[in-house]
Design a protein around this ligand. Structure first.
Ligand SMILES: *Cc1c(COP(=O)(O)O)cnc(C)c1O
Length: 491
C-alpha cells in the first residue's frame, strides 16, 4: 500500500513540465500565465491529497482537463464558444447561427480600426451607415430600399410605430403568434400605438375578412409568418398577393375622398403621418417573415419557407426578417420595401435607438456577398449544414467512431434526424447519423462535457449521449474527439 502511494507520488510531474505542455501554454496565452500557474499548483496539491487517500496520480489527459477546467472556472467570462452537437442548426440558446469565415474576417477587419461607417469617400464628408447594406439587399430581394436594425423584433416594432401609430392594423386570428422570449404580436402592436383588429378564425381567414374590416382608420394589413408551429387540416388564409390586391382596391375606392379619410383617421396625429396621400390611399401591406429566406428551402427536401423575393414580387409594402435565422448572418432585423416607406422608417427617432453596430454591418455585408456570388451553401454555415447530405454526415460519424474506438471509447453510429430550429421550418428535419455513447449516468456525463473547454452540448436520450456531427463545425471535430477520449473514461 505504502509502496504504491510512493510510486504514485513519483508520477507527479513538475509544475514547469505541466506548464510547458502545448495545451497549457495555449491556455496561458489566452488567460494569462499567472492564473494558469496558480491553477496548476492547486491541481498538483489536489492530486497529492487524492494520492494520500489511495487514488492514482492523474494521467496526462486528466492533467490537461483538470487544469483547463480550473482556469476556466476561475476566469470570469461566461460568454464562451461551445460545440453544438445537438443537431439543431439554428440554436437560439447557442447563439443561433455561426458566422461564415468571410463574415468573421470582415468583423475583425472593421473592428480593428476606423472605417467608412458614416463617411462618404467620394464626397469627403459625412455618409450614412444605412447605405452600406441597402444596395445589396435591394439587389438580392428586388426591393426599392432597405434598412437594417437591431433584430427582427425591432424591425416589426419600428414599422408598426412609424407607419401605423394611432391607427388600425388588421391581422388574421391564426397569425397572432408568440415568437418566444415573450415576443407576442398583439403586445408589440399595442406598444407601437396601433390598434389591433383581429379577423377570421384560428384556422380560417378569407380575403373578404380583410376587405370587410378595412376602413378609413386602417393603416395596414399585417401578415405574420407562423414560424414556430404548423397548422394542418381545415386551414385557409389569403395569399399575400390577395392582400395586396385588396389594399389597392381599397386605395382606389378611397382616393376620391382623401380629405375625408384624413379627417377621419388623423385627429390625434401629427401632420404628414397619414400615409394615404403619399402612397395611394389603401392600407399598407406589412409582411413579417420571421426567418425569411433568400434560398429556396425545397431544394434541400424541406418544406418551402417563405422567400423574401416572393414577398417583394407579390407587392408587399414593408417586409421584415431576421439576420440570424435562415439568412445565416449576424443578429439583425432586415426591412425591405417601398422606398418612400423605408425612408420614413429611417427618419423615425426609433431608428436611431434601434440602429446596428459596425461589426453587425460588416458581418451582414459579407454574408450578403456570399449570396450575391451564388456561394451561400458553400460559405454560410447554416446553409452548409442544411445542404450536407445524409451520406456525408454518416461518413463523418463513422470516421469519428473509428477514432473513438482507437481511443478505447465505445460508440455506435445510429440513424437520427437533425432539426432546423430557431423558429423556422417547424417540424422539418433532415436525416442524419448520430454518434451514440452508452452511459450509465448520462446526465452527469453530459454535465462533465459542459465543463470542458470548449463546452460540448449534446443530446441525452435514455442511457445514451447522442452527438450529431451535422452541427459540429469541421474545425471543431478534433477538439470534440479529444474531449470525448479524455473525459469520458474517467467518469
Ligand atoms: C423570430 C421572429 C421574430 C423575431 O425576430 P428576432 O430577429 O429574433 O428579433 C419576429 N417575427 C417572427 C414571425 C419570427 O419568427
Amino acid at each position: 500500500m505504502r509502496q504504491s502511494k510512493v510510486s504514485e507520488y513519483r508520477k507527479l510531474p513538475a509544475v514547469d513540465k505541466l506548464l510547458s505542455a502545448p495545451e497549457i501554454a495555449a491556455l496561458a496565452a489566452a488567460y494569462g500565465s499567472g492564473p494558469v500557474t496558480e491553477a496548476t499548483r492547486a491541481e498538483l496539491d489536489a492530486a497529492r491529497t487524492a494520492i494520500e487517500r489511495g487514488e492514482p496520480a492523474p494521467t496526462e489527459g486528466q492533467w490537461r482537463t483538470r487544469i483547463t477546467d480550473s482556469v476556466l472556472t476561475a476566469s470570469s467570462s461566461s460568454l464562451r464558444p461551445v460545440i453544438n452537437a445537438t443537431g439543431v442548426i439554428i440554436h437560439t440558446n447557442l447563439g443561433r447561427t455561426p458566422l461564415g469565415s468571410g463574415a468573421q474576417d470582415a468583423v475583425v477587419r472593421l473592428a480593428q480600426g476606423y472605417s467608412t461607417l458614416e463617411y462618404d469617400l467620394e464626397a469627403g464628408q459625412r455618409g450614412s451607415r444605412h447605405a452600406h447594406p441597402a444596395r445589396l439587399l435591394c439587389r438580392l430581394t428586388g426591393a426599392e430600399d432597405a434598412l437594417v436594425v437591431n433584430n427582427n423584433a425591432a424591425a416589426v416594432f419600428l414599422a408598426l410605430t412609424a407607419l401605423c401609430h394611432g391607427r388600425e392594423v388588421i391581422v388574421s386570428r391564426g397569425e397572432l403568434v408568440e415568437i418566444g422570449g415573450g415576443f407576442r404580436i398583439p403586445d408589440v402592436l399595442r406598444q407601437s400605438g396601433a390598434t389591433l383588429v383581429e379577423v377570421g378564425t384560428t384556422n380560417r381567414t378569407h380575403p373578404h375578412d380583410f376587405s370587410g374590416a378595412s376602413g378609413p382608420r386602417t393603416a395596414a394589413f399585417m401578415r405574420i409568418h407562423a414560424s414556430n408551429f404548423k397548422q394542418i387540416g381545415f386551414v385557409k388564409k389569403p395569399e399575400l398577393s390577395e392582400l395586396v390586391e385588396i389594399a389597392r382596391e381599397q386605395g382606389a375606392a378611397r382616393s376620391g375622398g382623401a380629405a375625408e379619410v384624413v379627417d377621419a383617421g388623423a385627429a390625434s396625429e401629427p401632420a404628414g403621418e397619414v400615409q394615404s396621400r403619399v402612397y395611394g390611399d389603401g392600407p399598407l401591406v406589412i409582411d413579417d417573415l420571421g426567418s425569411g429566406t433568400l434560398l429556396d428551402t425545397a431544394q434541400f427536401g424541406l418544406a418551402p419557407e417563405p422567400m423574401v423575393q416572393s414577398s417583394v414580387q407579390a407587392g408587399a409594402d414593408v417586409i421584415t426578417f431576421s439576420g440570424d435565422k435562415l439568412l445565416g448572418g449576424p443578429q439583425a432585423g432586415l426591412i425591405v420595401g417601398k422606398a418612400e416607406l423605408i425612408g420614413r422608417l429611417r427618419a423615425h427617432p426609433l431608428a436611431r435607438a434601434l440602429r446596428v453596430d459596425k461589426m453587425t454591418l460588416a458581418a451582414l455585408d459579407a454574408t450578403l456577398q456570399s449570396y450575391r456570388r451564388g456561394r451561400a451553401t458553400a460559405e454560410i454555415p447554416v446553409w452548409r449544414m442544411i445542404a450536407e447530405k445524409g451520406d456525408s454526415v454518416q461518413e463523418r460519424a463513422r470516421a469519428f467512431q473509428r477514432h473513438l474506438t482507437a481511443a478505447r471509447v465505445e460508440s455506435a453510429v445510429i440513424p437520427g434526424r437533425s432539426t432546423i430550429g430557431g423558429g423556422s421550418l417547424p417540424g422539418e428535419t433532415l436525416p442524419t447519423s448520430l454518434v451514440a455513447l452508452d452511459m450509465p449516468r448520462p446526465d452527469s456525463a453530459a454535465a462533465s462535457l459542459r465543463r470542458a473547454e470548449p463546452p460540448i452540448i449534446c443530446r441525452i436520450q435514455k442511457d445514451r449521449l447522442l452527438f450529431d456531427l451535422r452541427t459540429v463545425l469541421p474545425e471543431q471535430e478534433q477538439a470534440l474527439l479529444e474531449i470525448l477520449s479524455n473525459r469520458l473514461p474517467i467518469l
